[in-house]
Write a protein that binds this ligand. Sequence first.
Ligand SMILES: O=c1ccn([C@@H]2O[C@H](COP(=O)(O)OP(=O)(O)O[C@H]3O[C@H](CO)[C@@H](O)[C@H](O)[C@H]3O)[C@@H](O)[C@H]2O)c(=O)[nH]1
Ligand SMILES: [Mn+2]
Length: 746
Amino acid sequence: MANQGHVLPLSEKIWFKRTFQRVIDTLILVLLLLNLSYRVFSSNNFTFPWFLAFICESWFTFIWIVILNTKWSPAVTITHPNRLLQRVPELPPVDMFVTTADPVLEPPIITINTVLSLLALDYPANKLACYVSDDGCSPLTFYALVEASKFAKFWVPFCKKYNVQVRAPFRYFSNVAISKSEESLEFKQEWLQMKDMYHNLSQNLEEVTSKTIPFQLDGEYAVFSNTEQRNHPTIIKVIFENMDGLSDQLPHLIYISREKRPQYPHNYKAGAMNVLTRVSGLMTNAPFMLNVDCDMFVNNPKIVQHAMCILMDSKSGKEVAFVQCFQQFYDGIKDDPFGNQWVAVFEYIVRGMAGLQGPFYCGTNTFHRRKAIYGVYPDETGSRRNGKLEEKILIQQFGSLEEFVKSAAHAMEGSAYSANDITPSSFIEAAIQVADCGYEDGTWWGKQMGWLYGSLTEDVLTGLSMKRRGWRSECCTPDPIAFTGCAPGGLLSTMLQQKRWFTGHTVIFFGKHSPLMCMLFGKIQFRAGLSYFWVSTLSLRGVFLVCYIALLAYCMITNTNIFPKGLGLWIPITLFVIYNVYTLLEYVKIGLSMRQWWNNQRMCIVRTTTASFLGFLNGMVQLSGLSDIAFDITEKEYPTSSADENSTDAGRFTFNESPVFVIGTTILLVYLTAILIKFWGLQPTHSGNGSGLGEFICSTYVVVCFWPYLKGLFARGNYGIPLSIMCKSAVFAFVFVHFCRSNGLS
Ligand SMILES: O=c1ccn([C@@H]2O[C@H](COP(=O)(O)OP(=O)(O)O[C@H]3O[C@H](CO)[C@@H](O)[C@H](O)[C@H]3O)[C@@H](O)[C@H]2O)c(=O)[nH]1
Ligand SMILES: [Mn+2]
């Protein structure tokens, strides 16, 4: 039986044929090139705006080449967990990491739902350990976890007995009703019992949260007294231990709040992940690690088996550093009004990358190979760097705790995991040492290994550095989907999230781990490296688009043109039409609506001019060392029954005084002015070519994209743009228009 497993592959990778898409992709590229050459050869039009347009359009053409390259040969990896099961004695252990950082923005009830879904995975419990990192140092989170582990003793057996699919109780009970008559009486009774227990649990947490002094900080909780979020010693608590190593019990559950001191940078999530890696290295040292954000619960309980099919595949699995599952969301607002669900991006871009050296690391829903995180090269066997496993070198790299260095050496040699007869709690003291904020001083942590520091998108950076060493990655997309999480609730949190990402991308793009450097000096392949430009230029696109949009407005206001007249105009027009029809078809093909397509197109313009542009500026500030940019945590909302009452308005744009709204409002005001100037014939007349149809179509398109802002100008309350934003934008718009007119008339 075991033999059979070796003969049949655990996973298979299939590349799709996409002839039609390739033809259209190429056609669009040809049109873009045609447009550029037209600009070069019609030199009689040569002016500064014409030149700027040429630069921007060259950039757009370059981005199209990046996209075309990325989408050219998509692949899907099919996994066969049933074959894996024939090798049960070989199933490797997996350490599971959950990060949370703020009990208010990330309510503990959400975190414990994620934890419960992990504890209930269809995988031998003695091979799993769940570590929760709490950067909020919150007794509430700890309390919630303790209560959750009590509930888990009933919940996990229930899920396994009835083969429940969604094992995060809040989702399970909100989706499933037991009306079906074919269900057994026993099931119905147990179901009601579980529902009751979960209800009590969440009520209890709600009550505790609402009190000003939730509970006395004594006994188990005494360690939390006199702590501040940014100033406290390490707290590690083993909440549950699978003492006897039984496969049908519960996995270990461990709470960690790493030490924080004001004078030490804590490096946000990357710092937390590195502490988790070290603490788990001491306690369980599993060769694989699963990383999820606190809101990303398991949607497919067999996901570990699927991922192991890829990582354990005897043929190609050895070079895979990480397995990435798509980021998908539950209860996403219909038709994705804020463009934060990324469905088409995962389907086309990430799948496209999967056909090259693999998808980028998205920060959550990822299975890592511990060895790869430790900075080993894929072909290194046993010995590491210079061929020596010298302890001195290892101490320099991994830090001075001997116990940990030994565990790391084991992990790197890939020596068989010895069933741990020592339980996690016997390592607490050592674990506290490696969670110290000074432990990493002078070591390689965050620089050459572990989660890398310096960028707010530690995920992309860390993934790139592994690719640089020659590792690959794979997508794992089983049915049902692996994990689902919580998309940002509104326009503002979406923009702030994306601004953070784009700040991080800017830093990566200009840093030593930029895709270009990885291509030149690392083992990342050419096309894979080029596909990384898709992510890492997301911020730079803001600069070019803002320039282009400003240029168009300039043309309208000063009655000049950047688009050709006559026959030449057909090039951009054809391009515009084909591009839009083509992307629409792409959406329809994967079952998305036309509305969603339009929302995403619109948000692409809004996002790029706002989040990308600001992200770029922020990134520049960070690179210049002027100030450090903080990681703003995205708020996670726990669905309450009152939430869907106003669901019809859920997709409406809401505004507030945040400066992120200034750019959009300014663009809108400038364009409205420009169009008015054109209609009232206030444009200066001169002998040259005036602005024409091309400029007019584009301006209309921009205004249509910012339509929700236009409505915001006249709406009230949350839906209206606040006066202060309008005033600031009006000043900017006035300055711009004035500048154009004084320049254009001269
Ligand atoms: O100091 C911090 C800040 C954040 N987090 C955790 O990091 C995760 C991601 O934070 P979130 O606010 O949800 O950010 P998102 O933008 O939704 O996250 C995406 O983008 C991040 C990079 O910007 C990645 O780290 C994430 O994994 C990825 O899901 C959450 O679990 C947080 O608890 C910490 O542990 N410590
Ligand atoms: Mn998130």
